[in-house]
Design a binder for this molecule. Structure first.
Ligand code: G6P
Length: 608
């Protein structure tokens, strides 16, 4: 949700800023802009196009210090006047990620003080606030510190002043920001991928940190204004992991990375002969011994992973589980059970609603917390007592793919560990599950071979406006995920239903224009599902069935069958997800949408 890059160097920083923005575009892409200082002047370039357009517009812009921003609009439409950086009286420039909740109050005060606002953003109040202190003679650092004291809400900011070409000030509270340490040059960025071409040495800033960044040095101050040291870490992220390689889109690349991502995530768990509770953290054994239920909180695709886990946890581990959309849970009056294990699931670890839901759970007395997350340094991981890091690698496509399947693996491991602890898993069953898990990357590879068939199938969806997805049992959440993928990237309206619910309403929608996509594993509900499919066929609905090889569902008029391998038992939801990801991808290609950056969306939603 908005990406920030900044640099202080001896060379022209514009190419560094642009490259960084390009890599952060997944965080927002409504507009982009940069500012550099040149001859005591702020040179600003902004564009409502993508970073590519900004590059063209800034071809002649040069400077050795600058800040840049790619935006996902919250306050104010995605227009050039609302694009960052925002300026105050041509002296101060600010880029901002987050939301300033008290901006209206501050705005009125600043207007009364004579400041002219040229945008509809909440960010502009920060710019004028810093200016109001700086123009009183404070240093840029002190002016920024004074300004942020007045801010309510979440922010990561970068600040420069036209008459101070040696310093860049940055600060964070509630939104991510890190410092990049180069050789005689320094950088700031929302995430490390932006800086990989220039450095891998980074300092992850803590809540409330303010940093005075210069070319040869930097000084960090904590929330109370005291100088602090923070460790410099070397990021393990490789440049290759964030580049497109031979793929057409990141989404396609990430779908294909799933066998490796699953293998990497399983590596720590499956290399021994038995599962260790320690996979979830040093305190996991003690915490798991205390818990009597599980409460899962998440958003979007991560929420769907939680829904699948509920089936596993209750059936295999015999532990009660509830799953809630984080944005609802945080405002609901719920009855807390302090013995519940609160599990937050998030690819990014920075989703505002999930963080708020976790904090809400804690305020209700929950003490047992576990984060399942793909970003080790993220806020959610830091806020939880226990953690499991999925090893999906950076996920750039806005529509989540490999993060989802690795989350499922993490949740299956959690299920097994809890089942073992609760005496519900024999040594033999444990070995069987471990064996299936070890086979999973290969099985995933096999599903990917369906890609050409799915690409052909997708042609039939190009002119459709609606689609229904059906699943039963633990494959119902997979139907939900399939529908979400299709709507996110192809803009086709898609709904998912548990197949047994069809006759209670959605069947009224079925006609020859409504493709019905069904997940058909060979499980205990297969015969029931077959009856539901007949109900669709009898109404002229066109069926697309993703069926396990042993289901014996045959293709016939109006029934297109895509044969999967034989039923994979409990891990079947993971395998059945992949064709639906591919289907959404190829339908989006047919429709010519911007697959990796679907309209109106962003990858990390750090606002409510
Ligand atoms: C956004 C993304 C989704 C993602 C959701 C939750 O809406 O577009 O793909 O599932 O946020 O993100 P998280 O990082 O918490 O998993």
């Amino acid at each position: 949700m908005c990406g920030i890059v900044g640099a202080v160097a001896q060379r022209n920083v514009v190419p560094i800023l642009l490259e960084g923005l390009q890599r952060l575009e997944y965080r927002g892409y409504d507009s982009a802009g940069l500012v550099v200082i040149n001859n005591a002047e702020l040179l600003r370039v902004r564009s409502t196009g993508r970073v590519r357009d900004l590059s063209e517009k800034s071809a002649d812009t040069k400077g050795q210090i600058g800040i840049a921003h790619t935006r996902w609009a919250t306050h104010g439409a995605p227009s050039e006047r609302n694009a960052h950086p925002h300026l105050s009286r041509d002296l101060i420039a600010v880029v901002h990620n987050g939301i300033i909740e008290n901006y209206e109050l501050l705005r009125s005060r600043l207007i009364a003080a004579g400041y002219e606002f040229t945008s509809d953003t909440d960010t502009e109040v920060i710019t004028h606030l810093v200016h109001s202190y700086y123009s009183q003679g404070m240093s840029l650092l002190a002016a920024t510190q004074a300004a942020i004291v007045e801010l309510v809400g979440a922010f990561a900011i970068g600040v420069v002043a036209a008459d101070n070409p040696d310093q860049l000030i940055c600060a964070r509270r509630g939104s991510p920001l890190l410092l990049g340490v180069g050789i005689e040059e320094h950088f700031i960025a929302s995430d490390v991928s932006a800086l990989l071409p220039v450095t891998r040495r980074v300092v992850y800033l803590e809540e409330g940190d303010v940093v005075q960044v210069e070319r040869l040095s930097y000084q960090i101050f904590d929330a109370s204004g005291n100088p602090v040291q923070r460790a410099v870490q070397t990021s393990e992220m490789s440049n290759e992991s964030v580049s497109l390689g031979n793929y057409r889109h990141y989404m396609q690349k990430e779908i294909h990375e799933q066998p490796q991502a699953l293998a990497d995530t399983l590596e720590v768990a499956c290399h021994g002969h038995s599962l260790s509770t320690g996979l979830f953290g040093a305190d996991a054994a003690a915490v798991f011994a205390e818990v009597d239920s599980v409460l899962i909180l998440a958003c979007g695709t991560s929420y769907h992973a939680g829904l699948v886990a509920r089936y596993w946890l209750e059936e295999i581990a015999g532990i009660a589980c509830t799953v809630e959309v984080a944005s609802e849970y945080r405002y609901r009056t719920s009855v807390a059970n302090p013995r519940a294990l609160v599990v937050v699931i998030s690819q990014s670890g920075e989703t505002a609603d999930t963080q708020a839901a976790l904090n809400h759970a804690k305020s209700l007395g929950h003490i047992h917390t576990l984060a399942i997350c793909n970003v080790a340094e993220s806020a959610l991981v830091r806020l939880c007592k226990l953690r499991f890091l999925t090893r999906a690698g950076p996920e750039i496509g806005v529509a989540s793919t490999k993060a989802f399947t690795t989350q499922l693996v993490a949740l299956f491991l959690l299920t097994l560990v809890l089942a073992k602890q609760r005496g519900r898993l024999s040594a033999e069953q444990e070995q069987q599950h471990l064996q299936s898990l070890r086979h999973l990357p290969l099985a995933t590879q096999h599903v990917l071979t369906l890609e050409p068939l799915i690409a052909t199938l997708a042609e039939q969806f190009a002119n459709k406006h609606h689609a229904l997805f059906l699943g039963r049992g633990m494959h119902y959440p997979i139907a939900l995920e399939g529908a979400l993928k299709l709507k996110e990237i192809s803009y086709i309206h898609a709904e998912a239903y548990p197949a047994g619910e069809l006759k209670h309403g959605p069947l009224a929608l079925v006609d020859s224009d409504m493709p019905v996509i069904s997940v058909a594993p060979n499980d205990a509900l297969l015969e029931k599902l077959k009856s539901n499919l007949q109900e669709v066929r009898a109404r002229g609905g066109e069926l697309y069935v993703f069926a396990d090889a042993d289901t014996h569902i045959a293709a016939s008029e109006g029934i297109h069958v895509l044969q999967m391998a034989e039923h994979a038992g409990y891990l079947s939801p993971i395998l059945h997800t992949i064709p639906l990801q591919l289907l959404a991808y190829y339908v989006a290609l047919q429709k010519g949408t911007d697959v990796d950056k679907p309209r109106n969306l962003a990858k990390s939603v750090t606002v409510e």
